[in-house]
Design a protein around this ligand. Structure first.
Ligand code: ADP
Length: 193
């Protein structure tokens, strides 16, 4: 099992690159943002609570997202690996993920950290908001809050995995194909190492 974390701030291109990576490497894509939007669409109690936080650009509580990931791991026992997108977003989530994977005899193989300037992130998210139907992408205040949450809580996740020597920084500005090429190269080198 080869598990990947695609890491980076909101708007860094994780969703776009994830779609191509899961196809190329035959991985199961686990995006907590997508799972939460699924709960919102189904109007579950979890979705209704999560929506309030997401619309304010704040993180959903760790136990909620860890619970969703734990269920998703159990529901996919046969896969050749997972691609985590938008998770873990706090050190506590990273610690929980490491434990859950260990219980299954696995671990994180590589953390690919996409790097994009803040100015470019805001531009991309506002642009995505024009067509995505995502309410958290239309308001610049909410976008800035999400970047603040990233800097305050999520950036530490890279430190957690840097201590395990697993992080590779990847420039996230350029064409989708160029960035995909860089991500693939890093994965191939790690798989054959
Ligand atoms: P983006 O990367 O553009 O912020 P996501 O779809 O990953 O988009 O996340 C949207 C929102 O969902 C976040 O702003 C947050 O409120 C919530 N969310 C997603 N994943 C997590 C997580 N792992 N922990 C806490 N909240 C999360």
């Amino acid at each position: 099992m080869f598990n990947i974390i695609l890491f980076g701030p909101p708007g860094s291109g994780k969703g776009t690159q994830s779609e191509q990576l899961v196809a190329k490497y035959n991985l199961k894509h686990l995006s907590t943002g997508d799972l939460l939007r699924g709960e919102i669409a189904a109007a579950t109690p979890l979705g209704i609570e999560a929506k309030k936080l997401m619309d304010a650009g704040q993180l959903v509580p760790d136990e909620v997202v860890v619970g969703m990931i734990s269920s998703a791991l159990d529901a996919n026992p046969q896969v050749s690996g997972f691609l985590f997108d938008g998770f873990p977003r706090t050190t506590a989530q990273a610690e929980s993920l490491d434990k859950l994977l260990k219980l299954k005899g696995g671990e994180i193989g590589i953390v690919l950290a996409l790097e994009v300037k803040e100015e470019e992130l805001i531009k991309r998210l506002l642009n995505r908001g024009l067509s995505s139907g995502r309410s958290d992408d239309t308001n610049e205040e909410v976008i800035k809050n999400r970047i603040v949450e990233y800097n305050n809580k999520t950036a530490a996740v890279a430190k957690h995995y840097a201590a395990q020597n697993k992080v590779q920084q990847i420039p996230g500005e350029g064409s989708v194909e160029e960035i995909f090429g860089l991500l693939s190269k890093a994965i191939d080198a790690e798989i054959s190492a």
